[in-house]
Design a protein around this ligand. Structure first.
Ligand SMILES: Cc1cc2nc3c(=O)[nH]c(=O)nc-3n(C[C@H](O)[C@H](O)[C@H](O)COP(=O)(O)O)c2cc1C
Length: 226
């Protein structure tokens, strides 16, 4: 789906979730609406709905001796969508302190050698990236800070800056579960009681507010840089 608004800057919003009724998909829709309200043309890429296959294949495997390799039509179509974007916002559930396989496979196949890296003038240079990760851990869980910094190292340092992005930041949205989770000192996963009724409404309102703040902070930095 593409929403147009004149000659606006373009935001590619990449959703990596298998359910359209998930909190991740909801957060992605809210984020897309906010970007449209801020004057962006939004290209909403729902990887699961579009049937993106995250498995690496021979056509998309880099050939280190040929940075001009013609990758699969599917990968090339996605490359064009990345190229058309001024900002990329990935919205995903945190799986194992990382991105889910669906998003990882998109990066593996699309952010490919000769396109995203391997050139003295990177084609993605100057683009800006927001990684919006939803995590089941609670904000006060000691694991959260380390998880955030691990995600920054992996996604911003290891991927976005490596590919020439001028700015990359991870927004971590904790407390994404209706049953709060935390890990105790012995490594046991403690799952609390489900939040229901008005408390659940308040939890979701708080979640939406935190997501909005992260997106607005990212956009404020974006307009300063533009
Ligand atoms: C395979 C898997 C791995 C997960 N790993 C983590 C993790 O490392 N840290 C964490 O805080 N939550 C983790 N979670 C919880 C998810 O982040 C959480 O369920 C999700 O963000 C909820 O959003 P959703 O309803 O849109 O799926 C994991 C969940 C699954 C299914």
């Amino acid at each position: 789906m593409t929403q147009h608004s004149g000659n606006a800057r373009t935001a590619l919003v990449v959703v990596a979730h298998h359910r359209t009724d998930s909190l991740t998909a909801h957060t992605a829709r809210r984020t897309a609406d906010r970007l449209v309200a801020a004057g962006y043309r939004v290209d909403l890429l729902d990887l699961h709905a579009e049937g993106f296959d995250p498995r690496m294949n021979t056509a998309d495997q880099p050939d280190w001796g040929d940075r001009e390799k013609a990758y699969s039509d599917e990968a090339q179509a996605h490359m064009r969508r990345v190229l058309d974007a001024d900002v990329v916002v990935a919205v995903f559930p945190v799986y194992w302190q990382s991105v889910p396989a669906l998003l990882k496979g998109w990066i593996d196949r699309v952010w490919n050698y000769g396109f995203a890296y391997g050139r003295s003038k990177p084609r993605l240079a100057g683009k800006r990236m927001l990684w919006l990760g939803l995590a089941g851990a609670t904000a006060d869980d000691p694991i959260t800070e380390a998880m955030h910094s691990l995600l920054e190292t992996n996604l911003s340092e290891g991927i976005a800056y490596y590919c020439g992005f001028s700015h990359s930041v991870v927004g971590l949205l904790t407390d994404a579960e209706d049953r709060p989770q935390r890990v105790d000192a012995e490594g046991n996963l403690l799952v609390g009681n489900a939040v229901t009724g008005a408390e659940r409404e308040a939890q979701y309102a708080g979640f939406d507010r935190r997501a909005r703040e992260i997106v607005e902070k990212f956009l404020a930095a974006e307009s300063l840089a533009a």
